[in-house]
Design a protein around this ligand. Structure first.
Ligand SMILES: *[C@@H]1O[C@H](CO)[C@@H](O)[C@H](O)[C@H]1NC(C)=O
Ligand SMILES: *[C@@H]1O[C@H](CO)[C@@H](O)[C@H](O)[C@H]1NC(C)=O
Ligand SMILES: *[C@@H]1O[C@H](CO)[C@@H](O)[C@H](O)[C@H]1NC(C)=O
Length: 447
């Protein structure tokens, strides 16, 4: 979008004289950072990762390891070695899921991560009884973990929504059709012994997501402004501050995910043309560090499809063309676990989808082993030959040592009707259901 460039340039030139120091919670350093490197009084510039330093409250270098803190600011108690660490809180007696090497842990034991996706549980206006049944069905198949959407960005108030946008500004809905509804999701999961992975926005335009932020704030359709425009990043952080802040002491949350399937390009195919894997890696570093700064209890993942960045590779998901570099993102210290999705049919891998998928699983486990971080196949699906395909992939998950998996997607038959089916949903009366149960038992037995 062309604007009064002369004026903008003048405004930018004046900024350093106006802003002598970065604000509390603001960025103060990192690769590519050209802004202020000093912080306002009462805050300290603290390295979160190579891409992101941030002004945290305190007068000395704070630690972010204290898990029991109920305050929103990281503990600033005396630091013995004054070393700054962004490691996740130890699981111990807090009851929060942690990580150790490639395993998830809970109270000193391995936490077996297996279950399903249920993006819809907190979006459709379901009753608490229906929410309970949804989680009970997944637990009944041996699932421990459910991944769901913690966002719905709308431009007109209707049904359940979490953020209402108008005139370039988002307002979080904290009422009964908003976060109070999500409180009910958490209570229902907890009642059924389920832990939640919660995605905080969507690459896809379903339920709003990135494209709503971008069009509202920049007035353009350039999908990748979500990762680079400072006003958009600030708006996403404001949402995170409220959503994550509300649940930071809630052990039912297993972890936060930055986004569902982040990619450079949007639905209109519009982008600035400058987005590369580095763009999303840098964004993921900044946002994950921000989440850690307000919530040291919970794990953080990216929520990407797990594409590799090997430009000469003949296979599309290995080429890095969508802006994801799985190995580079594994190196981000403020991401605790890595994710991969698996849809050979939609990725053009149709000659041997089953075998291709098994190799995809093995390749991700190989990378995870090198980085010594858990890797989960957090979405997978085919629409035909489901039983034989999933049997093979489950065998590969167990034999390769991949940390865990969540099928796309859970289905339930409520008295009020059945949950959404996009061709992948597995309901309790489906022949695939017993295969899921056997697999959950195998993951648990593996320890
Ligand atoms: C972000 O978008 C806004 C609105 O279009 C614009 O004023 C601002 O200059 C952009 N910022 C950056 C860093 O591109
Ligand atoms: C990213 O989002 C756009 C819609 O906003 C969609 O067209 C594109 O294919 C999406 N990619 C994925 C799989 O996330
Ligand atoms: C990840 O970090 C390792 C160890 O520092 C390094 O050898 C490797 O090149 C990094 N990978 C990527 C893709 O950045």
């Amino acid at each position: 979008m062309i604007k009064a460039t002369g004026l903008v340039a003048l405004a930018i030139a004046l900024v350093p004289f106006v802003n002598a120091a970065a604000p509390e919670w603001g960025q103060c350093g990192g690769i590519g950072w050209t802004g202020d490197t000093t912080c306002v009084a009462g805050t300290v510039c603290t390295v979160q990762n190579p891409y992101y330093s941030q002004c945290l409250p305190g007068t000395s270098v704070p630690t972010t390891t204290a898990p029991a803190s109920t305050s929103t600011v990281p503990s600033t108690t005396t630091t013995s070695g004054s070393s700054t660490t962004t490691a996740p809180a130890p699981p111990a007696s807090t009851g929060f899921v942690g990580v150790s090497g490639q395993k998830f842990t809970l109270n000193g034991a391995t936490y077996p991560l297996v279950g399903a996706n249920s993006y819809w549980v907190g979006l459709m206006g379901y009753s608490t009884a229906d929410m309970n049944q949804a989680f009970a069905d997944i637990a009944g198949a041996g699932g421990t973990t459910v991944r769901t959407w913690g966002f719905n960005d709308v431009t007109s108030a209707n049904g359940i929504y979490y953020q209402l946008w108008a005139n370039g500004k988002g307002t979080v809905n904290t009422g009964s059709t908003g976060l109070e509804n999500f409180d009910n999701v958490i209570a229902a999961a907890k009642a059924n012994g389920i832990r939640l992975i919660v995605s905080l926005t969507n690459n896809w335009s379903d339920y709003g997501g990135m494209d709503v932020y971008v069009s509202q704030i920049t007035g353009t359709q350039n999908h990748d402004y979500f990762y680079t425009n400072a006003s958009v990043i600030a708006a996403f952080k404001s949402y995170i501050q409220i959503f994550v802040g509300r649940y930071k002491d809630e052990p039912t949350i297993l972890g936060w995910e930055l986004a569902n399937e982040p990619r450079c390009r949007g639905s209109t195919g519009t982008s600035t043309g400058t987005c590369t894997t580095t763009t999303i890696t840098q964004w993921a570093s900044e946002i994950s560090a921000f989440i850690k700064s307000i919530d040291s209890n919970h794990l953080v993942g990216l929520g990407d499809e797990g594409f590799f960045n090997d430009p000469g590779n003949p296979s599309y998901p290995y080429q890095g063309s969508e802006g994801i570099d799985f190995d580079a993102n594994l190196n981000i210290s403020t991401l605790d676990f890595a994710t991969a999705h698996l849809y050979p049919e939609s990725w053009g891998e149709t000659s041997d989808p089953v075998g291709w998928g098994s190799q995809w699983i093995i390749d991700h486990q190989t990378s995870g082993q090198t980085a010594n971080k858990p890797v989960i196949l957090e979405e997978f699906g085919v629409t035909s030959d489901q039983s034989s395909t999933y049997t093979t992939w489950y065998d590969t998950i167990i034999s390769s040592g991949l940390t865990g998996d969540l099928i796309w997607q859970a289905g339930s038959h409520f008295s009020t009707g059945s949950t959404p089916d996009d061709g992948y949903a597995i309901y309790p009366d489906d022949p695939v259901y017993p295969i899921e149960s056997q697999h959950a038992a195998a993951i648990k037995a593996r320890g």
